[in-house]
Design a protein around this ligand. Structure first.
Ligand code: FAD
Length: 215
């Protein structure tokens, strides 16, 4: 992965990673990104879904979306993905922390114009979220594709930062008697709830059971 001054980790660099394997692992484990960009000098950060293929992220949404419209002009943008793994409760207030895995990506986007490109990018986003869903559903028709903007965001530079493990207290505080440790946090899928208008006899697809198992 490229490295310049803007991806130089200054604070706790030992928690930082520049290798594609770590960065991609985090990008693949998440599905919600926050996209930062400027419009007329005004900063915006907008939450959105994404999918990854190699060093490209795919974003989609309404053709009327300001975010997608601005990004498609090739403005520099910053995308972040954060996975929260736990609260770290130390003996001192100062050493409380979070266990997390996060990625900060810099790059620029371009709008995909051709139907075939848009379809395959939308497939990437869909499969990123729920593997197996795309082949199960009705694909978008030309009218729906026209109403959908799809962007290819080229990752130019990225860093990952990871904190795992127990609290790290000052040595003299380990003899204090308050509780310290970790409260693990994770996003879990609930039981799928069938739509009330489901066609009679429609079974729960196996990929959804897999999805619930995975989460
Ligand atoms: C979990 C999640 C997933 C999403 N996935 C997608 C996706 O894949 N594609 C997609 O197009 N959109 C997605 N959205 C919606 C997205 O965040 C934007 O609302 C939407 O894209 C419209 O963007 P815009 O720039 O046109 O907003 P505009 O309507 O132009 O925004 C105007 C103002 O509205 C406010 N605003 C806009 N969005 C939000 C928001 N989400 N929360 C609070 N205030 C807001 C801000 O003040 C913003 O400046 C998702 C939102 C969430 C929370």
């Amino acid at each position: 992965m490229n490295r310049t001054d803007r991806t130089q980790l200054r604070r706790l660099p030992k928690r930082g990673f520049h290798d594609s394997a770590t960065i991609n692992q985090i990008l693949d484990a998440g599905f919600l990104a926050h996209v930062g960009f400027q419009v007329d000098g005004q900063p915006f950060v907008i939450p959105t879904l994404y999918g990854r293929d190699g060093e490209k992220l795919y974003l989609h949404g309404s053709a009327a979306s300001r975010m997608l419209g601005e990004l498609s002009q090739g403005v520099p943008a910053c995308v972040t993905v954060t996975l929260v793994d736990g609260l770290v409760l130390a003996r001192s207030a100062f050493h409380h922390s979070m266990n997390y895995r996060s990625v900060v990506v810099f790059g620029t986007a371009r709008k995909l114009e051709y139907e075939t490109q848009k379809r395959s990018a939308l497939r990437v986003v869909s499969e990123h979220l729920i593997r197996g869903r795309w082949d199960d559903v009705r694909e978008p028709n030309s009218k729906e594709l026209k109403a959908t903007s799809v962007l290819e965001f080229q990752i130019e530079e990225a860093t990952a930062k990871v904190r795992q493990g127990p609290p790290l207290d000052d040595e003299e505080d380990y003899s204090l008697s308050m509780w310290a440790g970790i409260v693990p946090l994770k996003l879990t899928a609930g039981n799928p709830a069938a739509d009330s208008r489901l066609a009679p006899g429609t079974a729960l697809p196996s990929y959804l059971a897999d999805f619930s198992d995975k989460h």
